[in-house]
Design a protein around this ligand. Sequence first.
Ligand SMILES: NC(=O)c1ccc[n+]([C@@H]2O[C@H](COP(=O)([O-])OP(=O)(O)OC[C@H]3O[C@@H](n4cnc5c(N)ncnc54)[C@H](O)[C@@H]3O)[C@@H](O)[C@H]2O)c1
Length: 275
Amino acid sequence: MTGRLSGKVAVITGAARGIGRAAALRFAEEGADIALLDIARDVPGVPYAGARLEQLEATRVAVETLGVRAMALPSDVTDTGEITSAIEAVVTGWGRIDALVCAAGIDSWGKAWELTDEQWHRMIDVNLTGVWKTARAVSPAMIAQQSGAMVFIGSVLSHRANKEFSHYTAAKHGVLGVMRAFALELAPYGVRANSVDPTVVFTDMVMNQQYLDRLGGHEGTTLAEAREYYLRWNTLPIPWLEPVDVANAALFLASEEARAITGVALPVDLGALLK
Ligand SMILES: NC(=O)c1ccc[n+]([C@@H]2O[C@H](COP(=O)([O-])OP(=O)(O)OC[C@H]3O[C@@H](n4cnc5c(N)ncnc54)[C@H](O)[C@@H]3O)[C@@H](O)[C@H]2O)c1
């Protein structure tokens, strides 16, 4: 630990697994106390298994093992009441919020003209409105402190489209816009907002059989086939990111090293956007 976030308090959504969990561990290694938010159950309409309460609890234990405080707050980022209560619990318990990472998110797929209303609304609700609701809830604490850093996890699909992901692409383009809006409006209070926009990351969101079968166009698509696909998708000869690659970028943007950076979308994309 080099203490880049010593004495700070971070709120991380989607913290039960994947990128949110990796961010929680990296931020904790650097000395931050971590409030861990996650819905920690299946999300209707999402074609792969959701995270579990035990995973949220496991992240909490792993964070505490690093010698900082941890608070697990099961909550749905689309639910104004739940997200408001969770953020109130952090402010009441620890008195401040220095960093926010919005990593809660879902995936589903379908041709743009075949998506159901349910798929569309759920996607926008979680991946876009959920980010706004979380940032809205955290803003008063950061404004009162006259400091803070928000990091939204976008995607390369914040910048380009992909077939069968019109709703996800729309939500992630929206995250880019919301990030810029928070950056603009919070700057007078010394609060920054940026996004980290990854290419494919090795997490449950994409490394599940349903997603692989969609990718390969046949049942039983293997990881080896996915590797070939993503080597073509990316530019560097690396098939996918590990969650910690995204966490490290979020850590930089949340730290004082990035004190001059706001309103910026940082692709962590293995060069995918060069294509
Ligand atoms: N995995 C990738 O390839 C990839 C690429 C680019 C961007 N992203 C983005 O990174 C973020 C994290 O995804 P991940 O890959 O870690 O996936 P993941 O499925 O492993 O983790 C997402 C977490 O968000 C939680 N979550 C879902 N809906 C929620 C809600 N309504 N309220 C609170 N928590 C909720 C889930 O329970 C889960 O723990 C997402 O925004 C995703 O869109 C992922």
